[in-house]
Design a binder for this molecule. Structure first.
Ligand SMILES: [Zn+2]
Length: 312
């Protein structure tokens, strides 16, 4: 995070200044990106619009994390987005699994001047050129093999716990070996599921993990292969984010998944619908920054019942 000290010292001030900012923006005030960022609380999670794929940037007062980089084509988008945040260093890069729509864009990040400290992988191999490119570049960095039970302390109020996979890997199917991590930021929590499907969800349920999270990054782009009812009931999110490309050929997200989420009263945001979605927390409440909404007056939310700020 740039301006770490400023943000850290001003944590509470910024936390409480978000309400007025949203109120102003709600009335159609044009708000620049940099102005909006001034209002971010101590931890912000950016679900970057990379088309069909995943890329999530976690910005904390201390260590920053990039989970996936979208497909290869989205590499410049991810780099441009990090640049817009003045990010020059990624402390932890998480490659959830070997598929191109997750590690493709990470190749561009590893090829850039962005400094990457450590890379978390699930240790599954693949025959694709993208995987080979990724691993060739990753090889010059510190690599950690993800394993359920690991915890990374990111900041005083933020840590990241690994919920999946087990080592040695439990599944032959790449999606189910996705690195699944939970971010605990104060009293707020975010679950990032990669493309984990029903078998991986069951494994996490069997392990008795504390799955309950305020914000769920929906597994596998909203495919019905993920988000089993038991898993969703255990996570019990207030918000869900689906990262998928507009008019993608896979039909993501599938109607059944949407219906499951909405039936539980979850507010659902989709990158295919809203572009990049940013959630910000001071450890007590979560605020979604409607950057594109402000500038393009686009509906950002499937569920009309949503509120911009909710105590959790
Ligand atoms: Zn995927």
């Amino acid at each position: 995070m740039s301006k770490k000290i400023v943000v850290f010292l001003g944590l509470l001030v910024f936390g409480f200044s978000l309400g007025p900012w949203l109120a102003q923006s709600g009335f159609g005030r044009k708000t620049s990106f940099s102005e909006a960022l001034e209002g971010l609380s101590s931890v912000s999670v950016h679900y970057i619009d990379v088309g069909q794929g995943d890329s999530i940037f976690i910005d904390t007062p201390n260590l920053d994390v990039l989970i996936d980089g979208g497909p290869k084509l989205a590499g410049p988008t991810v780099l441009g987005y990090l640049d817009s945040l003045n990010i020059t260093q990624i402390h932890l890069m998480v490659a959830t699994h070997v598929h191109e729509d997750h590690i493709g864009g990470l190749v561009a990040v590893l090829n850039s001047t962005t400094y990457v400290d450590e890379i978390l992988i699930n240790n599954q191999t693949h025959t694709s050129n993208t995987y080979t490119d990724f691993m060739n570049l990753a090889g010059s960095h510190a690599i950690t093999v993800a394993q359920r039970g690991q915890t990374f302390v990111l900041a005083e109020i933020a840590n990241l716990s690994v919920f999946n996979p087990l080592q040695p890997l439990e599944f032959s199917e790449a999606n189910d070996n996705s690195v699944v991590v939970k971010l605990q930021a104060g009293n707020t929590s975010f679950l990032f599921t990669g493309d984990a499907e029903a078998d991986a969800e069951q494994s996490m349920l069997n392990a008795g993990l504390d799955l309950e999270s305020d914000i769920l990054k929906v597994g596998h782009h909203g495919s019905t292969s993920s988000t089993t009812q038991l898993f969703l009931d255990s996570v019990a999110p207030s918000y869900a984010i689906i990262s998928a490309g507009e008019d993608n050929p896979y039909g993501h997200p599938e109607q059944e998944t949407m219906e499951k989420l909405l039936a539980k009263g979850v507010t659902v945001y989709g990158t295919f619908h809203s572009g990049t979605v940013v959630a910000s927390t001071d450890g007590t409440s979560v605020v979604f920054l409607h950057l594109m909404f402000v500038e393009k007056s686009k509906l950002r939310c499937w569920n009309k019942k949503h509120s911009d700020k909710r105590k959790i």
